[in-house]
Design a protein around this ligand. Sequence first.
Ligand code: MN
Ligand code: MN
Length: 314
Amino acid sequence: MNYPLDAQVTPRFAGSPTFFRLPQQNNLDGLEVAVTGIPFDSAASFRPGARFGPRAVREMSSLLRPFNRVLDIDPYKILNCADVGDCPVNPFDTLESLDLMAERYHEIARAGVTPLSFGGDHLVALGELRGIARARGPVAVLQVDAHLDTWDSYFGSKYTHGSFMKRAIEEGLVDVAHTLQVGIRGPLFSSQDMADVRALGIEILPMDAIVDWTVDQIAAAIHARVGSAPVFLTFDVDGVDPAFAPGTGTPEIGGFTSQQIIALLHRLRGVNLIGADIVEVSPAYDNAGITALLAARVGYEVLGLLALQRKKGA
Ligand code: MN
Ligand code: MN
């Protein structure tokens, strides 16, 4: 069983960083969770730099201790996890990169391993969902994001980080009836943007509608929508307010606090999670590494949820 490096032996600032200080593994043998970097940002529409996200998250994840006090679980004692390295990408060829991501995710999903990835811009979720759907059919998507990501195209390109959700639904990768977006806010190009997303059939919890809700109420709405469907969590860090997550490509004010997000994740106990990604960390804009730390923490909470799920099912 893999376990993070012992901080009593190797201090948390020492050594080469891997995700959560886990051992690095070049194959999926014996794993329950494969933690992967996807260093691709060629589909970003504003500030690029998320290609450096996985490295930054690896570094800040060194700070996280193994035991989850709130969930009362040490995920690494339940789930065999490893840092399986970065997915191969071609920074000059988006379509080829999507194929490479889909191939990687297909391999992981087919092996019965749960993927947890750090991007990369949000287009990486399209590659991931292609791989998952190829292995097991469409899955529900829980998208935490300031943005809809349902543009049809941008500058003539169908494959941008603002289009991943539209493409994923068009390609039949998404269980639309159990899919929802949380945290949507900010100005749009036109009223058509909203009409387009409504036509896709997904549920939207925009920030203005939930601003007075408790975290319990938001969690209840998520549970009601996803039910027992297999869910892929795609967590765009810009869903969190730029005061807490400045290191991102397309910041949008008026978002969740980091405290709300962690509390919300704790309340997702019982959601049938089959994988997750945390995307859009752009370290060049990240004061003091707080966005990378947030991304690492979100991933760690996901590991806790997966461990609880496993314990319950075992
Ligand atoms: Mn997004
Ligand atoms: Mn976004």
